[in-house]
Design a protein around this ligand. Structure first.
Ligand code: COA
Ligand code: AMP
Length: 629
């Protein structure tokens, strides 16, 4: 079937389309209806069905004879180690750790926070939760204690699974002190923390609360104890993943079990064109949605081997690292963020290291997480000589809204475009009043409701935020908060966010959350954070500070404190390294800060003087302050 046919079949009868796709999943009980529009915020997929996601990722493949095939290849240049888990071994490890969790009283519906680096135990913990119907919430290791505390209070986990440390180039990140201070900061206290001690740095365990991963698992193995797969409703939550909203309070995206499996399985075959038994590598982190969907769930659902890479694109040890891993493990498809390619290109502009490796198995490179700039796509196409495919999605959707479906016969690539909407997504571009715009004209990108399977079903503990966040502004549509246009071939172009989210090295960050932190500095009267264009990371945040009257301290010291404060409160991942003191912020006459104009000044772009500006002289002051940096 071609893309055009698949899209037309879906449009003609979405329930039939997804009902057929559901045939690729093993259900304990089939659904009553494929879709019930009366349930949830916009309807629910596969109500009445009973299933288990871990069973579909693991046990069923063992039963089908894939037990000896590699399920997970852990490749860690940063620790100099590698380990392969077959489907049978991973099933056994997951069933054992599921029993360990059950021993701690974790039952279906309980939350478990996973705060871990890129080690196989993170994947095992996620799948063990899925096995017993517990809801995992993975928190990315680059977040600070304060962010972890916010998630703790919101998700209220019974257990936290963590590790003694993560390892960044030249730096060991001690997780345990971060975890301890998050628990101190939070109102909710977990019953138990299960800590994986890593050789690079052991952590002190608290009596009565902390337990050692290895001892628990070894004991369970000795006792031969495993936990069986617990049947859950297709509509039950599989996980919560927090993502940046427009304030310091992150949004807990809730993913269901059934729809998630159906859409992810469909995407492996039709979008990525990957078969069971092949090797798929998403070079992301399990803390992000890409890691959830394409390191853990989708490849395993498909009976495909997944690579878990603990390293960087450059420096571990060099810009050939990605090609070495793809070659060693015979990856058929590599998925990464454009920023990683830009880092490689910077160190190896001629792509010389690519030729050190046999990449004959590599069929395609997929990019997502931020806009794939045409220059980077071109460089990769020329040096790798395979299709380089941009695809666009969000934490909320769990899989691509738009892409170039390799499994359905690739469409011509237009650099700078993630190609076309996937079946399931009726993508439209509207003006601010909600009217469709003409082809080629920039507008708000929206998706006609209902959203397809796997997309968020609600926000954890905050169902009332669903409407204001996604559905109220354009009734009948999901607001993506991305702006862009559709060209006359129906290709989508995603140009940027319409809210205060910026994209730093493929990481989604809220400038509003950074402003909240900066405003808490005792010397700061007001502030604004904008995303400045950056050749490597796409964007980096720059904070403008207006100090309180009478503050006589050295502004450089205050700026350094501001940088440290964001790192301490949000984490190193914010990459907030630049604070600039200014006398005033440019505003409209009604007092709205002109962040868009400030960004243009920071980027060195020309700008039109906003008609409503209160005092145009302030723009020159901003430019002068930046020039002095
Ligand atoms: N735990 C703790 N700290 C982490 C971390 C983790 N899991 N991941 C990143 N950090 C830290 C980094 O060490 C860095 O700290 P520093 O300020 O002390 O240097 C900071 O967070 C910023 O990290 P990052 O934005 O990743 O930049 P980098 O300079 O370390 O690396 C790239 C630059 C381009 C190599 C890197 O950004 C990259 O590969 N990104 C991939 C993007 C990606 O996978 N996105 C996911 C969506 S698909
Ligand atoms: P996240 O929720 O972290 O996956 O970030 C989602 C946001 O990243 C989107 O709303 C876009 O702004 C941006 N994004 C992700 N993929 C792409 C892409 N292929 N092209 C343009 N922007 C992208």
């Amino acid at each position: 079937m071609s893309y055009a046919e698949a899209y037309a079949v879906w449009r003609g009868d979405p329930e039939r389309f997804w009902g057929e796709a559901a045939g690729a999943i093993d259900w304990i009980k089939p659904c009553d209806r494929v879709f019930d529009e009366t349930l949830g915020h916009y309807g629910r997929w596969f109500p009445g069905a009973v299933c288990n996601t871990a069973y579909n990722c693991l046990d069923r493949h063992v039963l089908a004879g894939r037990g000896a095939q590699a399920a997970l290849i852990y490749d860690s240049p940063i620790t100099g180690s590698q380990r392969t888990f077959s489907f049978a071994e991973l099933t056994s490890e997951v069933a054992t750790f599921a029993a360990v969790l059950a021993d701690q009283g974790v039952v279906k519906g309980d939350r478990v926070i996973v705060y871990m680096p890129m080690v196989p135990e993170a994947v095992i913990a996620m799948l063990a939760c899925a096995r017993i119907g517990a809801i995992h919430s993975v928190v990315f290791g680059g977040f600070a204690a304060n962010e972890l505390a916010t998630r703790l209070d919101d998700a209220q986990p019974k257990v936290i699974v963590s590790a003694s440390c993560g390892i960044e180039p030249g730096r060991i990140v001690a997780y345990k002190p971060l975890l301890d201070s998050a628990i101190d900061l939070a109102t909710h206290k977990p019953q138990t923390c299960i800590i994986l001690q890593r050789p690079a740095l052991a952590a002190a365990l608290h009596d009565g609360r902390d337990l050692d991963w290895t001892s628990l698992v070894e004991q369970a193995h000795r006792d031969g104890r495993t936990a069986e797969c617990v049947p859950v409703a297709a509509t039950d939550p599989l996980y919560i993943l927090y993502t940046s909203g427009s304030t310091g309070q992150p949004k807990g995206v809730v993913r269901d079990n059934g729809g998630h499996m159906v859409a992810l399985q469909w995407s492996m075959t039709n979008l990525y064109g990957v078969a069971p038994g092949e090797v798929f590598w998403a070079a992301s982190d399990v803390g992000w949605v890409v890691g959830h969907s394409y390191i853990v769930y989708a490849p395993l659902l498909n009976g495909t081997t997944s690579i878990l890479y603990e390293g960087k694109p450059v420096g571990t040890p060099d810009a050939g690292a990605f090609w070495r891993v793809a070659s060693d493990h015979k990856a058929a498809v590599l998925f990464t963020a454009p920023t990683a390619l830009r880092a490689i290109k910077k160190d190896d502009p001629q792509g010389l290291r690519i030729h050190d490796y046999d990449l004959s198995h590599l069929r395609a490179l997929f990019l997502a997480g931020e806009r794939a700039d045409p220059e980077t796509v071109k460089w990769a196409e020329e040096h790798l000589d395979i299709p380089v495919i941009d695809h666009w999605w969000q934490t909320e959707t769990a899989w691509a809204i738009a892409g170039n479906p390799l499994g359905l016969g690739a469409l011509p690539v237009k650099r700078g475009s993630p190609t076309v909407p996937m079946p399931g997504y009726d993508v439209q571009v509207l003006d601010d009043a909600g009217h469709p715009v003409a082809e080629g004209q920039l507008g708000n990108i929206v998706i006609k409701l209902p959203l397809p399977p796997a997309c968020l079903v609600t926000l954890w503990n905050a169902a009332e935020r669903f409407g204001p966040s996604y559905a109220d502004e354009f009734p009948g549509y999901y607001k993506t908060s991305d702006a862009g246009y559709v060209d006359d071939d129906g290709y989508l172009f995603i140009m940027g966010r319409t809210d205060d989210i910026i994209n730093v090295a493929g990481h989604r960050l809220s400038t509003g959350a950074m402003e909240e932190v900066l405003a808490a500095h005792p010397d700061v009267a007001e502030c604004a954070v904008v995303g400045k264009a950056d050749a490597l990371k796409g964007e980096v945040p720059v904070g403008f500070l207006v100090l309180k009257a009478g503050v006589l301290r050295d502004t450089r010291v205050i700026e350094q404190e501001a940088v440290a404060l964001v790192r301490e409160r949000i984490g190193p991942v914010a990459a907030f390294k630049s604070a600039v003191t200014v006398a005033r912020l440019p505003k409209t006459r009604s007092g709205k800060i002109l962040r868009g104009t400030m960004k243009k000044i920071a980027d060195g772009e020309s700008y039109r003087l906003p008609a409503t500006i209160d005092d145009p002289a302030i723009l020159a002051e901003i430019a002068a302050a930046l020039a002095q940096k």
